[in-house]
Ligand binder design. Structure first.
Ligand code: ADP
Ligand code: MG
Length: 224
């Protein structure tokens, strides 16, 4: 389970303080699919980055499946992230110089997975995301929908407990957006916890629960 208690995040830039998160209390169970919504600037990405161990909170507790991570060093967080967390971004964030295959393989290289095992896993993920036929292409040679499928393959390659997705359909047309939502739903049904930021009520309809943020606070929640 993921549990936050009074999570705060204050950014300080050139003497200006911004309170991005102002006391977030959340509990997310293993296997849940949660959508986070709210107006621009309300703290959605900041929350997702902290939940995904990309950033640390300024204050409060964060329990990630039994490990308190609120005060971990960057290095400790990076270690816990490996194999536990997969990220999907609106802008796909693929490495342009690497092929589809190499992008998806990357997390396994960090995990020092043996070569034969890597090959098996990468091919399985490419098949699952229906992108095997583009394995030797570079990201710029793919459509947005195809790039996002590669990004999802990369996010799931190490079989993470949690997938975090920040507006994963934000740069896609409705057909490709629907495909991405179907893939996230399949992963969730196979047991992966999915936490997704979205502006789309269509996309949030796929979640079990919608958490609405405003000014760095949870204001309402709806269960589906
Ligand atoms: P959302 O994703 O809901 O649009 P964000 O989480 O990106 O909102 O941002 C929340 C608030 O924190 C905003 O006021 C934003 O300007 C500020 N903020 C986010 N990241 C930083 C940063 N790295 N440095 C300074 N301010 C930031
Ligand atoms: Mg954002």
């Amino acid at each position: 389970m993921i549990r936050t208690s009074n999570l705060q995040k204050i950014f300080t830039t050139e003497e200006v303080e911004t309170t991005a998160l102002n006391g977030i209390n959340m509990e997310i169970n293993q296997g849940e699919f949660v959508a986070i919504m709210g107006p621009s600037g309300c703290g959605k990405s900041t929350l997702l980055n902290i939940l995904g161990l990309l950033d640390n909170p300024s204050d409060g507790q964060y329990d990630f499946f039994g490990t308190e991570v609120g005060k971990m060093s960057e290095r400790q967080r990076a270690n816990l992230r490996k194999g536990n967390i997969g990220f999907v971004f609106q802008s796909f964030n693929l490495i342009d110089e690497l092929t589809v295959y190499e992008n998806v393989e990357l997390p396994l290289l960090y995990l020092k997975t043996p070569a034969a095992d890597r090959k098996k896993k990468v091919e399985a993920a490419l098949e699952r995301m229906n992108i095997m036929h583009r394995r030797n292409h570079f990201p710029q040679q793919l459509s947005g929908g195809q790039q996002q499928r590669v990004a999802i393959a990369r996010a799931v390659i190490a079989d993470p407990k949690v997938i975090l997705a920040d507006e994963p359909t934000g740069n896609l047309d409705s057909v490709n957006g629907l495909e991405v939502m179907n893939l996230l739903t399949q992963l969730n049904q196979a047991g992966t916890t999915v936490i997704m930021v979205t502006h789309s009520t269509h996309d949030s309809g796929f979640a079990h629960r919608v958490v609405n943020l405003f000014d760095g606070k949870v204001v309402t929640e709806q269960f589906h």
